[in-house]
Ligand binder design. Structure first.
Ligand code: SAH
Ligand code: DHB
Ligand code: MG
Length: 220
């Protein structure tokens, strides 16, 4: 059995050195907890990774699938220039309500648009607009193949696509899994394997959210 407390200690050390106290993110987590939302947001260090990746990508238009309380939304929106915009998709009206309040408290309402509904229903309306420079997929994992297809449709050469929770404590390697999340993520990797437009990798992460990981890809 792996010692998760050591992973959490290292995350706390990095947070202490690299992530100064952050009132907006702390307030968002407190509001999420008060509203009874599940604590399945990305971690502090992972949130910083999202800010970094979107900044490095020079993102001006960001798409997020799966808002929850807006923790990752805030991390991503901070990468935007003043005129940049982020669209985030959320199916749960209560999650959306909490997220909108957190995003407002973070001073980011003018840059963030939340669309309520199941993402496979709300994604088609985004077609025809300007392409997204960065897509973060973090909703119901059984739809990951569909979300990847939409991400390819809604981006341009040079865009970056990131998918959360692709390891799930190692369950991703279980080819016989009956879990819809594992099956969805594996089907997504099958599509990536057959997609010449994607230069992709996956990175395993450990820390205070356990053992999981991100798929990171560039569209060409
Ligand atoms: N990105 C967030 C965590 C998202 S948790 C963060 O790191 O802070 C996953 C979210 O996806 C939940 O809020 C859940 O309600 C939402 N979700 C689940 N199924 C969905 C669907 N079909 N369409 C859109 N959102 C969905
Ligand atoms: C869980 C974690 C996530 O980051 C997520 O997006 C969905 C579920 C979880 O730990 O159950
Ligand atoms: Mg996630």
């Amino acid at each position: 059995m792996t010692d998760n407390s050591a992973w959490a200690s290292v995350d706390a050390y990095f947070a202490g050195r690299l992530l100064p106290p952050d009132a907006a993110l702390d307030a968002a987590l407190a509001a999420n907890a008060a509203a009874g939302l599940p604590a399945i947001d990305v971690s502090r260090t992972q949130g910083r990774l999202l800010t970094l990746l979107a900044t490095l990508a020079g993102a001006r238009r960001i798409l997020e699938v799966g808002t929850l309380g807006g923790y990752s939304t805030i991390c991503l929106a901070r990468a935007l220039p003043a005129e940049g915009r982020l669209v985030t998709l959320e199916a749960d009206a209560r999650h959306a309500e909490v997220a909108l309040a957190n995003i407002a408290a973070a001073g980011l309402s003018h840059q963030v648009e939340l669309r309520l509904g199941r993402a496979m229903d709300t994604l088609p309306a985004l077609a025809g607009g300007a392409p997204f420079d960065f897509v973060f997929i973090d909703a119901d994992k059984q739809n990951n193949p569909g979300y990847l297809d939409w991400a390819l449709r809604l981006t341009r050469p040079g865009s970056v696509i990131v998918v959360d929770n692709v390891v799930r404590e190692g369950r991703v390697v279980d080819a016989d899994s009956t879990g819809e999340d594992v099956r969805g993520t594996r089907a997504m990797f099958d599509r990536i394997a057959a997609e010449p437009r994607l230069l992709a990798t996956a990175v395993q992460t450990v820390g205070d959210k356990g053992w999981d990981g991100f798929m990171i890809a560039r569209v060409s």
